[in-house]
Design a protein around this ligand. Structure first.
Ligand code: GAR
Length: 197
């Protein structure tokens, strides 16, 4: 069984889905938030999971990431999952967890990296959007994709309506992707996602 740490910044919808989907392949042992008093921390505590708040304010990226590394060292996770974690990570941190660090992003990567995704998708007149789970590499949202799910973009969509529709598929996609990694069915090799079965 793989030990998993989850990094959050907010309400923790993806975290809840990952908690609910725990099976023989993985167990969440630690939740770290860079923001105090967020709903995601309550959800972790309600599930009996250890939590840790590491505020990022007034710290260099490297100092903040160093504090996370210390907290992670104690929990000894096999996999670190970013679930609505809204901080850019330093190259050193990302390299240290290479192949064990995954993220979910609310677009069909490699399209629409970064922020304000749904607004940009609608403005561009896209017919499809979705969510992607990917290995994290130093370049933002550029890591090799493990799994994607699509949703339609409707003509009368607001960014919030589209965000809600994408989130619905995220909650199914992320646990499935994590289980693939936890079961060693997928790995990062030479900058590529390799499926073993
Ligand atoms: C999710 O839609 C996730 O894909 C997105 O933030 C939301 C977090 O929701 N993540 C990013 O945009 C990362 N760049 P949650 O905190 O309720 O799981």
């Amino acid at each position: 069984m793989k030990r998993v740490a989850v990094l959050i910044s907010g309400r923790g919808s993806n975290l809840s889905a990952l908690i609910a989907a725990q099976d023989d392949s993985y167990r969440i042992v630690l939740v770290i938030s860079n923001v105090e008093d967020v709903a995601g921390l309550d959800k972790a505590q309600a599930a009996g999971i250890a939590t840790h708040v590491i505020p990022h304010n007034g710290k260099s990226r490297e100092a903040f990431d160093g504090e996370m590394d210390v907290a992670l060292l104690t929990a000894q996770p096999d996999i670190v999952v970013l679930a609505g974690f809204m901080r850019i990570l330093s190259d050193g941190f990302v390299r240290g967890w290479e192949g064990k660090l995954i993220n979910i992003h609310p677009s069909l990567l490699p399209a629409y990296k970064g922020t304000r995704v749904h607004e940009r998708v609608i403005a561009a007149g896209e017919a499809l959007s979705g969510a992607s789970v990917h290995f994290v590499v130093p370049e933002l949202d550029a890591g090799p994709v493990i799994a994607r799910a699509t949703v339609p973009v409707r003509p009368d969509d607001t960014p919030q309506m589209l965000a809600d529709r994408v989130l619905e598929v995220e909650l199914k996609l992320y646990p499935e992707a994590l289980k693939l990694l936890a079961a060693d069915k997928v790995a990062l090799k030479n900058g590529l996602t390799i499926f073993k079965e």
